[in-house]
Design a protein around this ligand. Structure first.
Ligand SMILES: Cc1cc2nc3c(=O)[nH]c(=O)nc-3n(C[C@H](O)[C@H](O)[C@H](O)COP(=O)(O)O)c2cc1C
Length: 341
């Protein structure tokens, strides 16, 4: 590790993902890795300040450390929301400056905030004044046709002046008009070098890189240049990718749980959630990829996404799903037909 690398608790993290990284998903990730830093879905200040706070903020203590991601652009509202987040036990408050969705733009936050660095600085300052946990920013490297590195450098510099020390860089532009959020995660080219340059230009800042990273070998390569790596879609579709994170990146000597052991923890978790009235499918939908790449994974997924069966809330569904596992190796065609998203 080179001299200016920061020993970050965010060496490896799972990205905030709307509709995906809810508390059930985070619990699954936590069974697999004790140390990976986890993020919530984005919660808007409007939803939080005028809505059902427990529904948005309650989480299972075992999930920690967890960061709350906020969406908003009103310093006072963000400060109040950050305070709520701290009171509910979150370990970090993150501001979303990277989401390109039109709905988010209408609310004048997300990626369009990159065009207003001083406003983001004011937001960060207000949030930092309200809480003692770290306030961090997740952003892109540019907006629309802006390709110049100076744009993201000045954005980061302005917000660092307001006291923010942690920046999560989704290393591609956000195109605000004409591309859907999904296309915005695929079409603008990845430029990891911009994140590396940020680390070189601001060695005291904690720079976390994100975008298109799939394996722990890739994580290790990025960690030669930056302080942390955030995994999004791969961690969701293939959660067991996190299994070696603790040993490889946090110096843990504890053996990771096997997939079967993770499943056993998940079944216990489902039992306690069902007792609280949770719909079983709300949990199993995040575990469809647990056996990804293993023989029988397709049968596992099929059973655990059968709503008719899930509606019964009967945990015997796991035995039925796992009966498909460890069968004879399925034809490779089965794996290549795994089209996600
Ligand atoms: C379904 C989905 C929902 C997302 N929701 C959010 C969000 O709420 N906040 C955010 O900052 N990014 C969100 N993202 C973007 C991810 O955090 C991440 O930046 C992006 O997927 C790139 O990382 P990856 O290539 O490792 O997936 C979302 C991505 C996906 C796939």
């Amino acid at each position: 590790m080179s001299a200016n690398r920061i020993a970050s608790p965010r060496r490896v993290s799972v990205a905030p993902m709307m509709d995906w990284t809810d508390r059930h998903c985070r619990s699954l990730h936590r069974f697999i890795s004790r140390h990976t830093w986890l993020y919530t879905e984005m919660v808007t200040t409007g939803a939080l300040l005028h809505g059902d706070v427990p529904r948005h903020l309650a989480f299972t203590p075992g999930e920690a450390p967890v960061a709350l991601q906020l969406g908003g652009s009103e310093p006072a509202d963000l400060a109040r929301s950050a305070k709520l987040g701290e009171q509910w036990g979150y370990d970090e408050i993150n501001l979303n400056c990277g989401c390109p969705s039109e709905r988010v733009q209408r609310g004048a936050f997300g990626a369009c905030l990159m065009n207003e660095p001083q406003l983001v600085a004011d937001c960060v300052k207000a949030m930092r004044d309200a809480v003692s946990v770290p306030v961090t920013v997740k952003h892109r490297i540019g907006v629309d046709a802006v390709e110049d590195y100076a744009f993201v450098r000045d954005f980061v510099g302005t917000i660092a002046d307001a006291g923010c020390t942690v920046f999560i860089v989704h290393a591609r532009n956000a195109i605000l008009k004409g591309l859907s959020p999904k296309e915005n995660r695929e079409i603008p080219p990845l430029k990891y070098d911009y994140a590396y340059r940020l680390k070189r230009d601001f060695p005291k800042l904690e720079i976390i890189i994100n975008g298109g990273i799939k394996t722990l070998d890739e994580v290790a390569e990025h960690l030669e240049h930056v302080d942390g790596v955030m995994l999004g879609r791969e961690a969701y579709h293939n959660p067991y990718v996190l299994a070696d994170v603790d040993a490889r990146f946090y110096g843990s000597s504890e053996a990771a749980l096997t997939r079967d052991e993770v499943e056993a923890r998940l079944v216990d978790y489902c039992a306690s959630e069902i007792a609280r009235g949770t719909y079983l499918g709300a949990i199993t939908r995040h575990a469809l990829g647990l056996y990804r790449g293993e023989a029988g994974a397709r049968g596992w997924r099929r059973v655990l996404s059968d709503n008719r069966k899930l509606a019964k809330g009967d945990l015997a569904i796991f035995a039925e799903a796992r009966a498909h596992l460890r069968g004879p190796m399925e034809a490779p065609a089965e794996l290549s037909s795994e089209i996600f998203e």
